[in-house]
Design a binder for this molecule. Structure first.
Ligand code: NAG
Ligand code: NAG
Ligand code: NAG
Ligand code: NAG
Ligand code: NAG
Ligand code: NAG
Ligand code: NAG
Ligand code: NAG
Ligand code: NAG
Ligand code: NAG
Ligand code: NAG
Ligand code: NAG
Length: 797
């Protein structure tokens, strides 16, 4: 049998499909779906409409509150998709501009599970492919906060239908799980962590151990918590399920055992029969594992992971959600039960995050998923009306000044956000909403087999709903539910359309519809070589002939793409005296380019004075590349194509319209991804190293090399494609000083040191045995001296 390895198939795909260098689009972009709903009006008030039209499933429900927030949340998610570097691609940020404590490229693992859950419904797979890989292969940090990334990774494969992505990373998944071993207490059979890094500062354990105040209250003591331990059960089960798909029964058995034992320990040690609730157990000075008195919202989290769904554990505890002395408030649920002595409905203004009362989208999202799971278990008296009551409460919470909005925390009783710092908290991405609308309310039950299952949680009096062009297992699915056929004029009952054709019709709102399998594997997508997440001083470099005081040319290539006035994410020439101004991007080495994408800023509709240009000229090393006078899309991406040209810079010369100026939120240059080596060191992400030009170097026509390395230098090559296996790493370098050595890490694991003997400044190749994983690898050269210069990195496997 002639089996073509998947990555070679991808290479042929690359040359057959990706002819134009354009921003990556969903694989399903050319599938014709259906057109029952208006695809313009629901998104007419948002910026970045091209992205929204290409990526979101449309819905139609008899609750305008939930529906309006649904569309808003896609626009808010869009703001958090940040392009980082070639090879790593996109990540999702928590804050539109990440805070100091964020890790690589602005990632924070605390809510990565929520972000993956939400983004799995975008038609473009590459966002989550990239983001998950930032944790599994690097450079993300998956031990900063507790998380359920592995669980989200597996459940996401049930939406894409692509199990290969996860099975290829099975070893990484197991490794990420084992990273938590240092905080596993084998005596208790539970994991512990400080509530702060469980994303729950100022929570109940912090008050109980330090009632007087002080720093300890914020962090809280190490605590065995129902949420963290439930995350780890779910993560272990995800590793086990992916292991089954990979045919690795030993790993499956190991992780199933871990999951079962941990789940049992949750029942044995964290279930308090006297409170009928999963509660915290504080670790220090508590040899008898005495339980905390007081119910916290984290006690609801286990259910969504399939833990405690029997009547014994669920039927009494869930009533607390509907008890005003429990968690029921106008804008709840609350993070701590109202009757607790430490509960407060307000919070001090000195700090964002008090999780002893405030309503928090992060926790609400978990609780809504648990409520859906509890309802579906059939083991309690919860009704669909009660579920929709809570989803509606969540939607009502997500408003500000009459418009959908999400910030950090909300007062439980007052119609106001309690943590909403200007230039910081806007559109905070630390929760799901649309995943709950799609999997809770509208009942899509993602599965690994080729079956579309729908089991909505809708009130008795709903007579219609629709989901249109939902990407599922490589297909586009539309669901119409129309009790009397008058809403959509396409028959009565439930109809399911696959890629535009009706494949099911039946009475009732539930269905399971089998469909043909299709190719769901990811193929390489174009890369943006203009992005620079490092800031001024590294390449590519941005400059402009005029820049308004509070704007910055660098913001046009920082990888953030959103069109808000605040935070400021743009370059503009506002108040420039010139009729035209030029924004220029300089590359570290000559590049072949054939298009440019400009995300043009316009605030004239908001009362400002910046609008799209009247005309744009694009120049490169060979002269004029494009001369554009067409009408340009405001607050959207405009892509212009030209004949491929080699250039070391791109100049965008913009002519303004009368009485207004011009602005760019992001300038992108998309090119084909590099599938095979050699890789240029100047394309790598450089920390404590920089780019210089060396006449002795020959890899590039301008002699660009990575140089001025310090002992703390990191030269990070991302997206190194491999079929996986043992081979040789080959580094072309020069060393003008004494013998040196650098450490090589692959996917954040050390593979030892490589010697780089002195070469009196001439370029030569050094080699080292190396093991690469299948798929994309993150290879770092760590350490160095100022005498070292790197040209090229290559691999033979
Ligand atoms: C979609 O169709 C267009 C026009 O035929 C083609 O250029 C493009 O490559 C196709 N995209 C995909 C992802 O198949
Ligand atoms: C991850 O974050 C934790 C907590 O800040 C830190 O101790 C650890 O060194 C970080 N790991 C990596 C790989 O950066
Ligand atoms: C733990 O339990 C034992 C036996 O019930 C009891 O003697 C001891 O006082 C308890 N210790 C603490 C710290 O409560
Ligand atoms: C409901 O409870 C029964 C036993 O009480 C149990 O067998 C079943 O698994 C529960 N349902 C779920 C979804 O856990
Ligand atoms: C759940 O509890 C309610 C009382 O709150 C009771 O009426 C109902 O029968 C219980 N349901 C189950 C399945 O145990
Ligand atoms: C917003 O915050 C950034 C730093 O994150 C700061 O540079 C900028 O001046 C702030 N802008 C406003 C309007 O406060
Ligand atoms: C369904 O009933 C609820 C409760 O009476 C009501 O608030 C809602 O507007 C009704 N919805 C529809 C679609 O009739
Ligand atoms: C139902 O919608 C499908 C897809 O748009 C269309 O092909 C079909 O003609 C419609 N059927 C009726 C009865 O209108
Ligand atoms: C980047 O450099 C420009 C000058 O080229 C300067 O105006 C701007 O403040 C710098 N931005 C940052 C973030 O340092
Ligand atoms: C304006 O456009 C002219 C013609 O291309 C060019 O020579 C000049 O440098 C531009 N001025 C600025 C400030 O960019
Ligand atoms: C671009 O086109 C405009 C209008 O056709 C023309 O006036 C201008 O000279 C052209 N620019 C260049 C650099 O050729
Ligand atoms: C790669 O080499 C290591 C030892 O360095 C060995 O344990 C492993 O089995 C080898 N893997 C393959 C795929 O040959």
């Amino acid at each position: 049998m002639n089996v073509v390895p998947w990555f070679l198939k991808s290479i042929s795909l690359l040359f057959t499909v990706l002819v134009a260098a354009q921003p990556p689009q969903p694989i399903s972009i050319n599938i014709t779906g259906t057109n029952f709903l208006d695809h313009d009006k629901p998104i007419s008030s948002f910026w970045g409409q091209t992205f929204l039209k290409e990526n979101i499933p449309y819905i139609d429900i008899p609750n305008s509150n939930i529906q309006d927030v649904y569309y808003y949340r896609w626009s808010s998610l869009q703001r958090h998709l940040r392009y980082t570097i070639v090879g790593t691609g996109y990540i999702l940020t928590e804050f539109m501009k990440p805070p100091d404590y964020a890790e690589a490229f602005g990632t924070i693992d605390a809510a990565a599970g929520h972000q993956i859950d939400e983004a799995r419904w975008l038609r473009s797979k590459f966002y989550n492919d990239d983001y998950i890989q930032a944790y599994t292969r690097g450079p993300g940090n998956s031990t900063q906060y507790t998380h359920w990334i592995l669980d989200a990774m597996f459940r996401r494969s049930q939406v894409t239908g692509d199990s290969h992505y996860a099975t290829e990373q099975l070893a990484d998944m197991a490794r990420l799980y084992e990273y938590w071993n240092p905080v596993y207490d084998s005596q208790a059979g539970l994991f512990y962590f400080t509530p702060n890094f469980d994303a729950q500062e100022y929570s109940l354990p912090g008050y109980i151990v330090a009632p007087g105040g002080g720093q300890l209250q914020l962090d809280g003591p190490n605590t065995y918590r129902p949420n963290h331990n439930a995350y780890m059960v779910a993560n272990a089960r995800a590793v086990a399920q992916v292991a089954v798909q990979a045919g690795d029964s030993a790993t499956a058995a190991t992780f199933t055992k871990k999951a079962d034992q941990l789940e049992q320990a949750i029942y044995d040690r964290l279930w308090d029969p006297s409170q009928n609730f999963f509660v915290d157990v504080i670790m220090p000075n508590n040899p008898n594992l005495t339980k905390v008195m007081g119910r916290e919202e984290v006690g609801f989290f286990p259910y969504r992971f399939g833990i405690g769904l029997t009547s014994q554990y669920a039927n009494t505890s869930v009533q607390e959600l509907f008890d005003p002395q429990g968690f029921l408030t106008a804008y709840g649920p609350t993070t701590l039960e109202v009757r607790n002595q430490y509960f407060t409905a307000t919070k001090p203004s000195d700090y964002c995050c008090y999780w002893q009362g405030q309503s928090w989208p992060f926790s609400t999202a978990h609780t809504l998923k648990s409520l859906a799971a509890i309802y579906r278990s059939g083991n309690t008296s919860v009704t669909a009306e009660q579920y929709v009551q809570y989803l509606g409460k969540y939607a009502t919470t997500q408003y500000k000044n009459g418009t959908p909005y999400v910030a950090e925390s909300h007062y439980p009783e007052m119609d106001a956000w309690s943590a909403d710092t200007p230039n910081h908290s806007e559109h905070y991405d630390h929760s799901t909403n649309n995943d709950d609308v799609l999997t809770g309310l509208l009942g899509i039950v993602p599965r690994s087999d080729d079956v579309f299952e729908i089991d909505p949680i809708i009130p008795q009096n709903w007579t219609y709903f629709a989901i249109e062009n939902l990407a599922y297992h490589g297909h586009l699915i539309t669901v119409l539910y129309d009790q009397d056929g008058t809403r959509y004029n396409n028959g009565t009952g439930l109809s399911v359309f696959l890629d535009g054709s009706k494949v099911y019709n039946g009475n009732g709102a539930d269905a399971q519809v089998a469909f043909p399998a299709t190719n769901t594997a990811s193929s390489p997508v174009p890369v943006n070589i203009a992005a620079n997440p490092n800031g001024n001083g590294s390449y590519p470099q941005a400059s402009a002939t005029y820049t308004y005081t509070t704007d910055d040319p660098y913001r046009s290539i920082d990888g953030y793409l959103f069109y808000d006035s605040i935070p400021d994410n743009r370059w503009t020439n506002y108040q420039s005296p010139n009729t035209n101004d030029t924004l220029q991007i300089v590359f570290a080495r000559p590049r072949n380019i054939s298009s440019i994408s400009l995300a043009l800023f316009s605030d004239v509709a908001r009362g400002g004075s910046v609008d799209v240009p009247a005309a744009i000229e694009i120049h490169g090393s060979s002269g004029l590349l494009a001369n554009l006078t067409s009408s340009f899309l405001a607050n959207d991406r405009n892509t212009f194509y030209f004949a491929e040209s080699e250039t070391t810079f791109v100049s965008v010369n913009m002519y303004k319209k009368p009485n207004v100026w011009v602005g760019i939120c992001e300038l992108e240059i998309w090119t084909q991804p590099q599938i095979i080596g050699p890789y240029y060191a100047v394309d790598a992400f450089l920390t404590d190293a920089s780019v210089s030009q060396d006449t002795k170097a020959s890899a590039t026509t301008n002699g660009a090399v990575a140089s001025t390395l310090s002992a703390g230098a990191v030269v990070a090559f991302s997206g190194i494609q491999s079929a996986g296996g043992n081979g040789t790493l080959i580094l072309t370098y020069a060393n003008g000083g004494s013998d040196a050595s650098v450490e090589i890490t692959v996917n954040q694991v050390s593979q030892g040191n490589m010697s780089l003997p002195g070469t009196i400044g001439s370029y030569t190749a050094a080699t080292m045995s190396i093991t690469l994983a299948a798929g994309k690898n993150f290879v770092n050269l760590i350490g160095g001296t100022s005498d070292l210069r790197y040209e090229l990195l290559d691999f033979t496997i």
